[in-house]
Design a protein around this ligand. Structure first.
Ligand code: NAD
Length: 246
């Protein structure tokens, strides 16, 4: 990747009228959170059926201790990295208008991004399956598991989508709306294999957006819709882009 490519991408981002970002697990890899698939991935260590809604409801005593280990003891300690902060700064500078994330780790919000559409929900929130009561995980007592609702006694679940659940309607509509309005879409760290999330950059492309992809590897987007592939780790690429975005 040449400096001309970086300069060109930065210029397109700088001159955009409605730039959006679409992020996947790769943006959080440098915060120490592994992706779900591939070598050293979360699913190479844990059984994904723990996150199947029907299994979770019928075996909460098996699922909750593992969920606590992955999403609260481990994800809960992760901190935003330079890429999360760069994306938040682009929003504060009036360049990024919306950020659609597939991630459930809350790191974009922690870095300061405000207009975040959580396509798959957020692990740091909890929801009661019976009365829809919401609570932040940091405020809940996770020492006694499974976790039951302090209001109605129903089973509590992390507020991200489990296998077998629908995408939250509001997040879906907001994400599609942002994609249709965008003239530039920065896709960071996503394989493009997860549906329907992968439809968002595709919709942006169909609406005329330039697709700038940041990923050390090729993805399904690279071949199909990417206009400029900035090959590298998200923090490094944002470091290079920032030189021209000031
Ligand atoms: P994925 O796990 O399928 O793929 C990760 C992508 O990130 C790959 O293309 C990889 O090449 C790229 N990548 C790796 N290191 C990178 C880096 N330093 N900088 C930039 N890119 C890097 O990710 P996905 O497409 O988001 O799909 C996984 C699904 O699992 C998502 O739906 C998401 O909800 C969930 N997930 C979330 C988290 C999280 O919240 N942090 C973590 C794992 C999985």
């Amino acid at each position: 990747m040449s400096s001309t490519e970086i300069q060109n991408a930065a210029e397109i981002i700088r001159l955009s009228k409605h730039c959006m970002a679409f992020t996947g697990a790769g943006v959080s890899v440098e915060s120490g959170i592994p992706p779900f698939r591939g070598e050293n991935s979360i699913w190479s260590r844990y059984d994904p059926s723990l996150l199947e809604l029907r299994y979770f409801k019928s075996h909460p005593e098996t699922c909750w201790p593992v969920i606590k280990e992955i999403f609260y003891d481990f994800f809960g300690k992760a901190k935003p990295n330079a890429a999360h902060y760069a994306l938040a700064k682009l929003e504060q500078d009036g360049i990024i208008r919306a950020l659609v994330t597939q991630n459930i780790d809350n790191l974009h919000q922690e870095a300061g991004s405000r207009e975040v559409y959580e396509f798959h929900g957020n692990s740091q929130r909890l929801v009661c399956l019976q009365c829809d009561f919401h609570e932040m995980a940091a405020e809940a007592d996770l020492s006694v598991l499974p976790l039951y609702c302090p209001k109605c006694g129903g089973l509590m679940k992390p507020d991200f989508i489990f296998f077998g659940e629908q995408i939250p309607e509001k997040a879906y509509q907001l994400s599609m709306g942002a994609a249709r309005k965008s003239d530039v879409c920065i896709v960071v760290g996503s394989t493009g294999e997860v549906m329907p999330a992968a439809l968002i950059p595709a919709e942006a492309k169909r609406s005329g957006a330039v697709i700038i992809e940041i990923n050390p590897e090729e993805s399904l987007f690279t071949r199909d819709i990417t206009d400029i592939h900035l090959r590298g780790k998200a923090s490094e690429i944002f470091g290079l882009l920032n030189q021209y975005l000031k």
